[in-house]
Design a protein around this ligand. Structure first.
Ligand code: AKG
Length: 269
């Protein structure tokens, strides 16, 4: 399975529609890919909070319209990263996966909206559900950026049978080491592929480092980009998930863990 990571920047000098057009140009002659992945909110730019309202779009908006064409032309699954979705009077950070016919096969609304040096949590409504989708490469799920820090999301994904988690992100350079740590840890603890595509460049004085990564279920980093914009290819073996779980069946040993005074009382008698 060939994965293409579209590590695109969102400079303030470019409008959303210009950026979508530039993404189309970047995709023009990429090598053949089975799955193409974009970063979080790449079209509007994650850190342009003052423009969230004007750059919001319904699910069937310009990003999805273009991505449908890309999926069909390139015969690939396309994960559009995420859009600012306007829905029933609320705004969401919504990730979308398309199949090679251009049909939407997954919608995920970011659960952990971010509030540290970010207005996302103030402006957007949090989603509530994880979803997984069957594909020829196994079950695929989405989790977005800050969700990486919350193991409960990942446990839920594994319960749903996920083999590969796609993580679009706008993760700042100031915490690059956390990005590298969490993308690796989530792959190892859940024995899944983590396919994580980060933004690059600068937005409102925040530096975004790229370093998009693909980590396999054994924790080997198959690919890590630098901080340059570009499309990066990585080969993935979907059969490895089953193999790692069979050889080292750690997930079967997960236990419910008690908390609180009753657990202490039981332990002390
Ligand atoms: O958790 C972090 O450090 C970064 C999160 C973030 O930037 C986001 O969720 O967009």
């Amino acid at each position: 399975m060939k994965v293409a990571l579209v590590q695109i920047g969102s400079p303030s000098t470019e409008s959303k529609s210009e950026r979508i057009q530039r993404a189309e140009d970047m995709l023009h002659d990429i090598p053949s890919a089975d799955l193409i992945v974009f970063p979080e909110l790449w079209a509007p730019g994650y850190f342009y909070f003052d423009r969230y309202e004007e750059n919001a779009e319904p699910l069937e908006g310009p990003v999805l319209g273009h991505a449908r064409r890309w999926a069909k032309r390139l015969s690939a699954h396309v994960h559009v990263g995420s859009i600012i979705e306007t829905r029933d009077g609320q705004l969401y950070n919504t990730a979308i996966l398309l199949d090679p016919s251009g049909d939407v096969v997954q919608v995920y609304r970011k659960i952990h909206v971010f509030g540290y040096q970010s207005r996302e949590a103030q402006l957007l409504t949090a989603g509530e559900m994880v979803t997984t989708t069957g594909t020829p490469f196994g079950r695929l799920s989405s989790t977005t950026c800050y969700d990486l820090r919350f193991p409960a999301v990942w446990e839920a994904l594994v319960k749903e049978g996920t083999d590969m988690a796609i993580v679009p992100a706008a993760w700042p350079a100031a915490r690059l080491h956390h990005w590298q740590l969490f993308t690796s840890v989530r792959a190892v603890e859940n024995q899944i592929y983590v396919i994580a595509c980060n933004a690059v460049g600068e937005q409102e004085g925040i530096s975004l480092p790229g370093h998009s990564r693909v980590v396999d279920p054994w924790g080997d980093v198959l690919f890590e980009a630098g901080d340059e914009e570009g499309i990066y290819m990585c080969e993935v073996n979907p059969a490895l998930v089953e193999q790692v779980r069979r050889e080292f069946p750690v997930l079967a040993d997960r236990q419910k863990v008690g908390t609180g005074t009753s657990a202490i009382a039981e332990w002390s008698v």
